[in-house]
Design a protein around this ligand. Structure first.
Ligand code: MN
Ligand code: MN
Length: 318
C-alpha cells in the first residue's frame, strides 16, 4: 500500500495534469532531462480576443488523453523511451507587465539551453516566440523558422509587445534568416505574400496552396528552404481551419486540416530541429476541447520530430 500517493499509472482524468503526465520539476536545471516543457500563460500581446493565457493549462489537460499510448501511431516507437521530458510548469511573471514577461522568458529559455536541454513552449499568444528566439539565437546562432499560421506576423507597425510583429523583428535582429524560413497556411496579408514573398523574404506556402499540394511537395519545399540551418518550429494553432481549431483569438476560414498538418510535421522527421512551440490556443472559444487536443497533439508530434533529428549534441540520455 506504499504506492498510495506515488502510483503514476493514473486514470485518464485524475488530477495534477502535466504535459503527457511527465514529471513536474519546478527547477528544470536540477534534472537531467533532454526536453523541458514550459507554459507561458500570456495574452497581453493579443490584438483580437484574449484567452490564450489559459492555453497551457488546457493543452496539458487535453494531453493526458494521449498519454496512455505506448508505441505511438504511426511512429512505431514511444518518444519517452528515447528522451527524458519534464514539465516545469508555467513561467511566473508580473501579471500585466509585458516587459517583465519578455525579460523573464528570455532568461528562463537561456538557462534551459545552457544546461544542455531544449524547450517545448506552450502558449500563450504568439508574442512569446520572440523572447524565446532571442535566447535560442544566442545559443544556436541564426536559425531557420518553420512557421505554421494563418497570419504572417511580420507587421512592422505594432506596439513593442504585439503578437503580429515577431517575425518582422526576428530577421532584423538576426535571430532567423528569412530566406531560410517558411510560412505554411497563410491566408491574410495579401500585400506581403503576393507573388510568393516579395516583401518580407520568407518562403510562403499559403493555405490554398497547402490544401491543394501533396504533403510530399510541401515537405520538399520546406526542406529545400531551411537548408542545413538549425530549425525552430512555431505552430500557431490558427493555421488549422476553425473547424479543427475554433478556440483561438483570430480564427480565419480556409485553413489546414489537423490531418494534413500532422502529416507535414511527420514529414519533417530528420531535420535538425532545436526548439518548438505551440501558441494561441484560447480555451474560452473552444468546444469540446477540440483546439486544446489539437494543440496537445501538435506538441507531441513535435517531440517525435525532435527525437528523430540527426544530430544529438545535447543528448544526456544513456
Ligand atoms: Mn495567427
Ligand atoms: Mn501567429
Amino acid at each position: 500500500m506504499n504506492d498510495l500517493f506515488t502510483k503514476t499509472d493514473y486514470s485518464l482524468y485524475s488530477n495534477a495534469m502535466t504535459f503527457m503526465r511527465r514529471a513536474l520539476v519546478k527547477d528544470p536545471m536540477s534534472d537531467n532531462a533532454n526536453v523541458v516543457v514550459l507554459g507561458v500563460p500570456l495574452d497581453m500581446a493579443t490584438s483580437g480576443r484574449p484567452g490564450a493565457r489559459l492555453g497551457p493549462d488546457a493543452i496539458r489537460r487535453a494531453s493526458v488523453n494521449l498519454a496512455w499510448e505506448g508505441n505511438k501511431f504511426p511512429w512505431g516507437f514511444n518518444v519517452f523511451d528515447k528522451t527524458n521530458v519534464i514539465d516545469c510548469g508555467d513561467l511566473v511573471f508580473d501579471c500585466g507587465d509585458a516587459e517583465d514577461l519578455t525579460y523573464r522568458l528570455e532568461l528562463a529559455t537561456a538557462e534551459i539551453l545552457k544546461s544542455g536541454k531544449t524547450m517545448l513552449a506552450l502558449g500563450g499568444d504568439h508574442f512569446i516566440t520572440l523572447p524565446i528566439l532571442r535566447a535560442y539565437a544566442k545559443h544556436h546562432g541564426e536559425m531557420a523558422l518553420i512557421h505554421f499560421d494563418a497570419h504572417t506576423d511580420t507587421y512592422a507597425n505594432g506596439s513593442r509587445y504585439d503578437h503580429g510583429t515577431m517575425f518582422y523583428h526576428a530577421p532584423n535582429e538576426g535571430l532567423i534568416s528569412a530566406k531560410h524560413s517558411v510560412q505554411v497556411g497563410i491566408r491574410t496579408d495579401y500585400e506581403r505574400t503576393e507573388n510568393g514573398n516579395a516583401e518580407h523574404g520568407f518562403h510562403v506556402i499559403n493555405a490554398m496552396q497547402a490544401n491543394d499540394m501533396s504533403v510530399e511537395d510541401i515537405v520538399d519545399q520546406i526542406k529545400t528552404t531551411i537548408g542545413d540551418k538549425p530549425v525552430y518550429i512555431t505552430f500557431d494553432i490558427d493555421c488549422l481551419d476553425p473547424a479543427y481549431a475554433p478556440g483561438t483569438g483570430t480564427p480565419v476560414c480556409g485553413g489546414l486540416s489537423t490531418d494534413k498538418a500532422l502529416k507535414i510535421l511527420r514529414g519533417l522527421a530528420g531535420i535538425n530541429v532545436v526548439g518548438m512551440d505551440v501558441v494561441e490556443v484560447a480555451p474560452p472559444y473552444d468546444h469540446s476541447d477540440v483546439t486544446a487536443l489539437a494543440g496537445a497533439t501538435v506538441a507531441l508530434e513535435m517531440l517525435y520530430v525532435w527525437a528523430s533529428r540527426p544530430v544529438d549534441t545535447h543528448a544526456i540520455e544513456s
